[in-house]
Design a protein around this ligand. Structure first.
Ligand code: ATP
Ligand code: MG
Length: 398
């Protein structure tokens, strides 16, 4: 999307309106617009039913049609367009059992979580704000639409969303909303990990992340997040080192360290959060580099094995833990000194070694190649075929 995503989407509203329905921008985009923040996606709410929308637009996709959301393609962009709805009959604190489509904007806004997220904007930029969202934004406050006990009882994820918005927007949570959150945290037990993960990672990425982690502890919500029960003191320590310099993966590694998890426990912890295996492997690797870094300086050998990018992550987390300034330059310098960056760059292969020694392949070959690799890295021999051959002969005669 370009600089003004609303402007581009105005024709979508116009098309819906000219078919005789209402249509507005809603949710996060309106909030962010009023806050002067960059707008990610514009969401549209309408009185038209999904079937009616399909008659207006030629290109649509049923992304969440059960909940009244369809994806509309228009002029090279796509928009989530959701029919006004009321949500009734929440059972087991998750999602509404049935969605009833309605024709009233105000009712649709009423089902939304926080007043700052319960505003609509029409195509001319006029704001509909029946729950005083603008006031809340002015006070930089997160307030539920209506009674917080009821709203958190309907969908417990909203509690975690409150804390993630606190982090993302550096707002504070209104007193009554916070008091309710501290009482109903246990309802989060019913919420799918995948949904918690989305909010937790947004929380970790926000400018108010330190305070947000402290709030998770203060409210008791942390007890209902995977692997964090009874980890209050570790979380407080985590928050004290969690600077805004840290990228998402570095924050995870810092958390692993603060929790004092052994290598074997790390996998279980991250699986508990349902992280994909690839990320689990990477975080484990960086965590082991961090442990090594806390006791040792980098060497040519260790940085070669680590890889530059991973080494930089570990170095950064180590710097945060020691309250030191992070300086990657020395690491980069050391890495640049490496004669080879990976095994493929080695001037000799297993074939060469077999030809020289006239021996059949076997476990010995890997050992010899490892030895050559290490010696090249440490500068004992230069990475040239002939030099390596001489060096190998000489070391065999020893
Ligand atoms: P972000 O900028 O992070 O996307 P957002 O406010 O757009 O923030 P979304 O999760 O994209 O958040 O949800 C879009 C809108 O849908 C919200 O602004 C809110 O109005 C509504 N909403 C989302 N989740 C809930 C929920 N659990 N309960 C009530 N309303 C919700
Ligand atoms: Mg959004």
């Amino acid at each position: 999307m370009t600089a003004n995503p609303f402007e581009q989407a105005v024709p979508v509203l116009e098309l819906i309106e000219s078919a005789g329905f209402e249509a507005y921008f809603v949710g996060g985009s309106v909030r962010d617009h009023l806050l002067g923040r960059e707008i990610a996606d514009v969401d549209i709410a309408t009185s038209a039913l999904p079937e009616e929308l399909k008659q207006i637009f030629s290109k649509t996709a049923d992304v969440g049609i059960d909940h009244g959301t369809i994806l509309v393609h228009h002029a090279g962009n796509h928009y989530e367009v959701t029919t006004f709805r009321a949500e009734a009959d929440y059972s087991d604190f998750r999602r509404p059992d049935n969605v009833s489509f309605i024709r009233s904007l105000t009712e649709d806004l009423q089902r939304r979580d926080f007043t700052m997220n319960a505003m609509a904007m029409d195509k001319d930029g006029h704001i509909r704000d029946p729950f005083a969202g603008r006031e809340a934004i002015k006070r930089r406050e997160i307030v539920t639409v209506g009674n917080p006990d009821e709203r958190f009882g309907e969908d417990a994820l909203r509690m975690l969303r409150a804390v993630r918005f606190q982090s993302q927007l550096a707002f504070s949570i209104e007193k009554q909303t916070f008091a309710s959150l501290a009482v109903h945290g246990h309802l989060l037990q019913n919420i799918a990990v995948e949904r918690k993960l989305v909010e937790f990672e947004k929380l970790l990425a926000g400018p108010g992340r330190k305070e947000a982690i402290q709030l998770l502890v203060k409210s008791g919500i942390y007890q209902y997040l995977p692997g964090l029960d009874e980890r209050d003191s570790q979380l407080i320590s985590f928050s004290s080192h969690l600077t805004t310099d840290l990228k998402l993966e570095e924050s995870w590694v810092l958390l692993l360290f603060e929790l004092g998890l052994a290598q074997t426990e790390i996998e279980d912890f991250l699986r508990g959060w349902k992280l994909p295996l690839q990320r689990i492997k990477r975080y484990k690797h960086i965590h082991s580099l961090l442990l090594n870094r806390l006791d040792n300086q980098w060497t040519l050998d260790s940085i070669y094995k680590a890889g530059l990018e991973e080494a930089i992550c570990a170095e950064k987390v180590a710097a945060m833990l020691r309250d030191k300034c992070f300086k990657p330059e020395k690491l980069v310098e050391l890495y640049d000194m490496l004669p080879i960056k990976n095994r493929q760059e080695l001037a000799v292969s297993g074939k060469d070694v077999m030809a020289w020694t006239k021996k059949q392949p076997g476990p010995w070959l890997r050992e010899v190649l490892d030895n050559i690799e290490r010696s090249v890295i440490n500068g004992d021999v230069s990475n040239e075929k002939e030099k390596i051959k001489e060096w190998l002969n000489a070391s065999n005669q020893k």
